[in-house]
Design a protein around this ligand. Structure first.
Ligand code: A3P
Length: 297
């Protein structure tokens, strides 16, 4: 098959849903539409992230907190079953498996404009996990290289431009972040960053527990810190995505659990790209009052 045909096939796997482009492998018009009308219960917990911000890591932590009495059993199930994405095709299958659990734990990458009407005035606990966008960009670039359900990318330089322009799946990082931070007062909302979880895992997990109304014994906290560590998660087949078939992830060219560090962008950004990124960041985020625990420099 000609290279162009293969590329077209792959590009065709992206579709526009409610104004944002998403991979068709996991989404249909109907599932995304249903997500915007999802019937939340007040006891639900919703993890919200832009892709590559540490979603799976936080799914692991939240589900371990909620199942602190049964950690060994919990880690045998993949995180995507424990905290299903409300916009994805497998939601109902996973929901049926977890039917009895309370509180229910869900995940979404959708922008706030699609969910706010449904969430405001509810008691749903919204955990918004964000990460230094420079590291998100680098992680997303590598994710494209080995994900067969995302469009081919020509080079880091090309992806860099696409990311800054918001021409990637799930749209602009800046819009996603400003959107969710802009509605936080209307929600039962908790902000956590990848960086604080990396630097102070004990404290960050305790903060999460407080928001969730949960308490951990010291040994439970130690256990969660251990089972959510990069070393544990990256070596565990149930958590590291190595069992995902090669038609979906080409394991010969990359790993889901790639680096798991902060400031990896410094190995990829040229000085010129860094200056351009900072300029766009300043223009987009300059007025935001939230303080983030990452450094752009
Ligand atoms: P890198 O590509 O920078 O390594 P998401 O789950 O939102 O897709 O995010 C994936 C990113 O989170 C990847 O970043 C991955 O390595 C990192 N990650 C996953 N589990 C982690 C953990 N336990 N500790 C630190 N980073 C983790």
């Amino acid at each position: 098959m000609a290279k162009e045909t293969i590329i077209m096939d792959r590009i065709n796997l992206i579709d526009v849903f409610e104004g944002i482009s998403l991979p068709r492998l996991l989404h249909t018009q109907e599932t995304v539409h249903d997500a915007t009308n999802f019937q939340f219960q007040d006891t639900d917990i919703l993890l919200v992230t832009y892709p590559k911000s540490g979603t799976v890591w936080t799914q692991q932590i939240l589900s371990l907190i909620l199942n602190k009495e049964d950690i060994q059993n919990t880690i045998t199930k993949p995180t995507w079953e424990r905290a299903p994405w409300i916009e994805q095709v497998h939601l109902w299958e996973f929901l049926a498996q977890n039917n009895a659990s309370k509180p229910r734990l869900f995940t979404t990458h959708l922008p706030s404009k699609l969910l706010i009407h449904n969430l405001k005035n509810s008691k749903v606990r919204v955990v918004y996990m964000i990460r230094n966008p420079k590291d998100v960009l680098v992680s997303y670039y590598h994710f494209h290289k080995f994900s067969k359900f995302l469009p081919d990318i020509d080079s880091f330089e090309a992806f860099f431009d696409q990311f800054l322009e918001g021409k990637v799946s799930f749209g602009s990082w800046f819009d996603h972040t400003k959107g969710w931070l802009g509605v936080q007062e209307e929600l039962n909302f908790f902000l956590i960053t990848y960086e604080e979880l990396s630097q102070e895992p004990h404290q960050a997990i305790q903060n999460l527990c407080k928001f969730l109304g949960q308490q951990l014994e010291p040994e439970q906290l130690e256990s969660i810190v251990h089972y959510c560590s990069f070393s544990f998660m990256s070596q565990n087949d149930k958590l590291n995505f190595t069992l995902v078939p090669p038609e979906i992830f080409d394991h010969s060219v990359g790993k889901f659990m790639r680096k798991g560090t902060t400031e990896n962008w410094k190995e990829f950004f040229s000085p010129e790209q860094n200056a351009r990124f900072n300029k766009v960041y300043q223009a987009e985020m300059g007025n935001l009052t939230s303080k983030f625990s990452w450094s752009l420099y």
